[in-house]
Design a protein around this ligand. Structure first.
Ligand code: GNR
Ligand code: NI
Length: 174
């Protein structure tokens, strides 16, 4: 397995819409394993292919806390087929927005249709953190970041800060 580089906002690739896959083949499975390793290493609880610069509709998630009992989810072509009217608020972070956190309100429950690691069509009912994480990741596939739900002022402040961090890190010559 190989870990990949995670793109940081502002990056135009993070704003692109990803395309669905025709099938889950060995190359897809290799990519999903690399995504999972990249996510665990970061560490994060979810990762969209968009974040490593691959514009395909693939997500990996593992919200388990226990390091020993890993429960990875591989989601190909995820489609949210139900969103609850009631909402919940979570403090969200994003590996593409390092050091930035904000409370985001989203539908509390969602139902998902997707293709699993073995290429089978499945459905999943999610609530709590898993529901939030799924919605956060599906947003990535559509070029949306959680800062898009904040006021223009807050969003622009975060983007400015990240750009500054990027420029200063680029000045360091190894
Ligand atoms: O690691 C992550 N934590 C997190 C916390 C609350 C809501 C969403 C997330 S996803 C994030 C990893 C990430 O950036 N996925 O795209
Ligand atoms: Ni994210």
């Amino acid at each position: 397995m190989t870990t990949r580089k995670i793109l940081i906002e502002p990056d135009p690739i993070l704003r692109k819409k990803s395309s669905p896959l025709q099938k889950v083949d060995d190359q897809t499975r290799k990519l999903m394993k690399d995504m999972l390793e990249t996510m665990y290493k970061a560490p994060g609880i979810g990762l969209a292919a968009t974040q490593i610069g691959i514009l395909k509709r693939i997500i990996v998630i593992d919200i388990s806390k226990n390091e020993e009992k890993k429960t990875p989810l591989f989601l190909v072509n995820p489609e949210i087929i139900f969103r609850s009217k009631n909402t919940s608020v979570y403090e969200e972070g994003c590996l593409s927005l390092p050091g930035q956190f904000a409370e985001i309100e989203r539908p509390a429950e969602c139902h998902l249709k997707y293709i699993n690691f073995d290429g089978k069509t499945k459905e999943l009912k999610a609530d709590g953190l898993l529901s939030t994480c799924i919605q956060h990741e599906v947003d990535h596939l559509n070029g949306i970041l959680f800062i898009d739900y904040l006021s223009k002022l807050k969003k622009n402040m975060i983007i400015k800060k990240l750009l500054k961090q990027k420029k200063s890190s680029q000045r360091i010559v190894v």
